[in-house]
Structures are given as C-alpha cells and as structure tokens.
Design a protein around this ligand. Sequence first.
Ligand code: ATP
Length: 347
Amino acid sequence: MSNRGSADLLIEGVGKRFGEVMALNGVSLQVAQGELLTILGPSGSGKTTLLKVVAGFETPDGGTVTVGGEEITALPPAKRDIGMVFQNYALFPHLTVQGNVSFPLEMRNVARAEIDRRVAEAIAMVELKGYERRLPRQLSGGQQQRVALARAIVFNPRLLLLDEPFGALDRKLRETMQLEVRRLQRKLGLTTIFIAHDQEEALVLSDRIAVMNHGTIQQVATTTEIYERPANDFVADFVGESNIFHGTVSAPGTVALDNGRTLKVASSLPAGRKVGVLMRPERFSPGGANAFVGEVLEAVYLGTSFKLRLACEGGMELLIRQPAKGSLPGTGARIEVGIEPDAIHVF
Ligand code: ATP
C-alpha cells in the first residue's frame, strides 16, 4: 500500500459553477503539513463543494489541487489517499466495527496480519476497544463517529477532511469529540480540513480559520486574528458578537461615525479614510476613553455574564457583556459604559 503519510495542500484558483450558482469563485488556499484549518461560513457558502473538489467527488471548472507537490486535480477519489468523515456517519451498516475500520486496508490489498495490527491500533486510538464485534446500529452516535474517524485514519491518509462530523451530536458530546479530534490530529501530525458552521467549534479546534461567503474566501488567519482583527464586516459579524459601525477618519486617532458620534481609536489611518469599526461586547467596562450612556432595551442572564442591548445617544445601539455581578439590570435602566481606544478594531 502507499504509505506516504501527511502532506501539505495547495488549492489554486478553483472555480465551480452549478447552473446559475457560483459555488466556488476562484478559491485559493494553502494548508501546511500537520495543520488543522477550519472552513467557516454560512449555509450555501461553498464549504462542502470545496471539500468535494479536494476529495475528488467534484471536478472543478478551473484551478488546481496539489497535495505534497503532486497535482491531483484529475485523479479519481480512490487514488487520493484522503480520509474523510461526514456528518451522517456513512458506516457500512452490515459490517462490524472491525469490518468497517478494516475496509480501507482491504481495498488496498494490505496483508491480513498488517490489517489486524493497524485496525487494533486505530480502534484503540478512538477509544473503542471492546466494541470490535458490534454493528453500527448497536452504537451511540458519538461511538459511530469514532468508528468513522478510525476508518478515516487507519490507512495513514495524506489529508483528513471532516465535514461537520459532530453536527448531529449533543453539545457535551460534540465538545468531547472536538478535543479528541484535536488530540489525535496533533499526535498523528495529520493535515486536516474541518468544516464547521458553528464559530465556537472553529475557535476551539483550529490553527487557522478560513471564512467563506458566496464561494469566496473572505479571510484566512489564526483564530485570534480572525476574532480580534477581522478583515471586513462579514467576518466581524459572522465570527462572534459584534458592534459594527462605519465612518471616516477625521484626524489620526479619531473616527467620526456616520451616526454623528466621534470615537477615539488607536489606529493611525490618515484623515479622510472611510473605515469600519468593531467593538466586541466584552470589551466594554465602566469608564474608558469613549463613554456611552444608554438605556437598557434588553437584558439576558448568561450564567457568568449579563448580555445587554443598550440604546445610546444618537440612535446608536450597543450590545455589551458585563460580568454577572449583583442583579440583572431591568429594561429602561440607565447604564454607563466605556471602551478604550485600543479595544476598538478599525478596518
Ligand atoms: P451547508 O453549510 O449548508 O452544508 P455549504 O457551505 O457546504 O453549505 P455547498 O454545499 O458547497 O455549501 O453549496 C454551495 C452552493 O452550491 C449552494 O448554493 C448549493 O445549493 C449549490 N450546490 C451544491 N451542490 C450542488 C449540485 N450538485 N447541484 C446544484 N447546486 C449545487
């Protein structure tokens, strides 16, 4: 069997059209060997199509896919040595756990003794020892996804592709599985693409995140960079809770918002530049160089924090989070908050 192991991935200028729909519009992306990159984006943004192009289930209209320096754009899926796990487990229902995990090795005509050794190893890795003789229907959802994962890694794939693999699991189990995938992926040094539409999942798991919308990549960056310094409105709004406003730099360090309010910012962009500003809800606190007085429109208790929607002067609405201390402010209460210039992201 081929045993080339984990490799880097290069996607260049990939396009894919379905009739009127431009599912992928010139997508380029690089994933380093051993890296876990998450693709995050709304429904219909092209995430699955991109994964299918990498796996070989869709042929792109243009562009190339290169793995470990070898261009594979036209190679059939079975020859790509790519492991995959999808949301709907897609195990073979009539095969046991042992049979499911053995399958990719049998396809590759690996010797029996070698198959047994590697299957035992993969089953141990996903912590399913003792379940070898069970059929998929005798397993829980989380256990079925572990089997799918074992089957995807047992042949030492060049890439691992995970398409919302835990979407059907409850929150607790999903979190456990996320950490487990991360542990396995690191241990094996597997180059991995993970599709998520839950942004928290993306922040927990990834080395880097690629945010997609309408078949294009909006930004590729580390998790902190995506959260703290989003490239545009779409990324700022899609990842995390946000207060986004638009305005013009009136002097270096000052932005005049379109709603009439002036903000002190840490950016040194020149006067006259049209900008967006992002203020994350948790960056507000009492005091601060930019002060706001607002009336509470809505207040929600979230365990460790209060989430408040405030109506401030000039029709400006702010979403803020405060540590949950004392009682939850009532609707109509007046609240003073502020934000420091360096807590405002200007883009
Ligand atoms: P989701 O999060 O809902 O899975 P996605 O980001 O994975 O969405 P894709 O499945 O890649 O999105 O779909 C991108 C666009 O291409 C959508 O508008 C979809 O309707 C369209 N599309 C995907 N596959 C086909 C197909 N086989 N035929 C026609 N249109 C398709």
